[in-house]
Design a binder for this molecule. Structure first.
Ligand code: 13P
Length: 278
């Protein structure tokens, strides 16, 4: 088991009714931690990085490392380019060997989103990669720089978007938001159910940090197959190194980062019911 296309992972999840975590990473320790968690729990894994994070973790460095780590893993791992915004970076990720990309045209008008998503889908197909795209507007933003208002995915638009673009997975907006939720998240399961009935492809829930286990279960029951988690892992790592307990040397710090990332990933894999699936 090794590097696989995200579509294979999502198809298995669809057949067996569970969710797969797509965990954002920013450095080698987080990559090792996520893979350690998945191997320990025998869970499939999606490793991802978003385009807005590349100013901290350059794609030319972290990309090949993610692909190499996936190839060496004992469980299936898809390497995914999250919230791709530019053709240049999407192409670079595909050249490096990412097996999946998301094109995010959700801030554009529907017509433009369809046209650009079609272009990126055609590009990804040349590499045999899986494609995710988004419709509606998830709240917050991936790096917390803006606070976008939540705009629910329209059922009619979802139908048309999926049919015209030929994508493999659809990220939807049902009250979910990136970053930490200001109050308790209030997910619109009625809309999720309607979109799931209207389209045939797996659905993706962004903004996984802070959603309750109960809401994850309901979402998975209603068709969510990929769940993105970033902030929760970053917070767990920061909290683990901020305890005030001094490190005896650099390598004990390094190990604490790996373990903190692994711990958060495992907690989410259990909630997503992806444990023991491989
Ligand atoms: P969180 O940071 O809220 O977990 O969201 C992650 C995400 O959706 C990345 O695309």
């Amino acid at each position: 088991m090794t590097l696989v296309r995200m579509k294979e992972i999502l198809t298995h999840a669809e057949e067996h009714h569970y969710g797969v975590g797509a965990f954002s990473v920013a450095n080698m320790e987080m990559v090792i931690g996520a893979i350690r968690a998945a191997e320990e729990l025998r869970s499939p894994l999606i490793l991802q990085i978003a385009e807005v994070r590349l100013k901290h973790s350059p794609l030319s460095i972290i990309g090949p490392m993610m692909v190499a780590a996936a190839k060496a893993a004992q469980i299936p791992v898809a390497v995914h380019f999250d919230h791709g915004l530019t053709e240049e970076k999407i192409r670079e990720a595909l050249e490096i060997g990412f097996t999946s990309i998301m094109y995010d045209g959700s801030h554009d008008e529907l017509e433009k989103n369809i046209a650009e998503t079609k272009k990126m889908t055609a590009l990804a197909r040349r590499y045999g990669a899986t494609v995710e795209a988004e419709l509606g507007q998830v709240g917050g933003s991936e790096d917390g720089s803006v606070d976008l208002e939540i705009l629910l995915t329209s059922v009619e638009e979802a139908k048309r978007f999926v049919a015209e673009t030929g994508i493999d997975a659809l990220a939807i907006a049902i009250g979910n938001a990136h970053g930490m939720y200001k109050g308790d998240p209030c997910l619109r399961f009625d809309r999720l159910e309607e979109v799931d009935q209207a389209v045939e492809i797996p659905l993706v829930l962004h903004g996984g940090s802070g959603i309750s286990e109960d809401d994850f279960r309901k979402s998975i029951n209603l068709g969510i197959r990929k769940i993105n988690v970033a902030t929760a892992t970053f917070h767990n790592v920061v909290n683990a190194v901020n305890t005030g307990r001094p490190f005896s040397d650099y390598f004990s710090y390094h190990e604490r980062v790996i373990e903190a990332a692994a711990e958060s990933v495992k907690r989410h894999m259990r909630m997503f019911q992806s444990v023991g699936r491989v």
